[in-house]
Design a binder for this molecule. Structure first.
Ligand SMILES: Cc1cc2nc3c(=O)[nH]c(=O)nc-3n(C[C@H](O)[C@H](O)[C@H](O)COP(=O)(O)O)c2cc1C
Length: 208
């Protein structure tokens, strides 16, 4: 059976968000019939054909000053020009997002919303995290999946006095792996559904 490709496009200033991106890649690779393509925003800016060929793109950026880092924003803006030249090329691909910051909350939601809106501007289908919030009861702990309690995407937190070999913690990396697996699964379902649709099994459910 053919495999789908899931691209992960991320920026990382000091390496912490790169660890999250690598965990997302590991999750994609754990999924059935999926392969991952991990690209920094610098690499992605020279790999538009590879992004066009992916079934899904998962975007990630550190939260800097309550939004995605400037380097990620530069990638977003570059994609606007390229995509208008290529005619809405990411439309109907699957998308998801993750972010990482120094504070536990750190205004990360703002970054996830920014990334989700970016995906919407490209006409992509957003996939949320799909995990209940954790670490929110007297018996909960920071070791649980989704300890930071996000719904829109995966959040991670890196202590500002620790390097990327120590931060973010394993629970956040496991949450990121979950996101990678989930997105790969959704992208595979959509890919197979489209194949059925093209074969005439579900001609009435084609998107407008
Ligand atoms: C310019 C700048 C702005 C930052 N703004 C925030 C912020 O708004 N909220 C927060 O919690 N952490 C903030 N941080 C901390 C980073 O998000 C944190 O150190 C993160 O782990 C950096 O990821 P990276 O190593 O991938 O660049 C900021 C760091 C920098 C350098």
């Amino acid at each position: 059976m053919s495999r789908i490709r899931v691209a992960i496009v991320y920026h990382s200033g000091r390496g912490h968000t790169r660890r999250v991106a690598e965990a997302v890649r590991a999750g994609v690779e754990e999924a059935e019939c999926a392969e991952a393509l991990l690209l920094s925003v610098e690499e992605a800016g020279t790999r538009w054909d590879d992004l066009d060929a992916a079934s899904a793109i998962i975007f990630g950026a550190p939260t800097y000053m309550a939004g995605a880092s400037a380097a990620f924003k530069a990638f977003q803006e570059a994609s606007s020009q390229v995509m208008s030249a290529r005619g809405f090329a990411w439309r109907d691909k699957v998308a998801a997002g993750f972010t990482n910051s120094g504070a536990l909350a750190g205004d990360k939601l703002s970054t996830l919303i920014q990334i989700a809106l970016f995906a919407a501007q490209h006409g992509m289908h957003w996939v949320n995290l799909g995990l209940p919030p954790a670490n929110n009861s007297s018996t909960g702990s920071a070791d649980e999946l989704n300890r930071l309690g996000f719904w829109l995407g995966a959040g991670a937190q890196s202590n500002v006095d620790q390097g990327p070999s120590l931060a973010p913690p394993e629970s956040d990396l496991a949450t990121a792996r979950h996101l990678g697996r989930r997105v790969a699964g959704v992208a595979l379902q959509l890919d197979r559904g489209r194949a059925d649709s093209a074969a005439g099994c579900a001609s009435n459910v084609r998107p407008a």
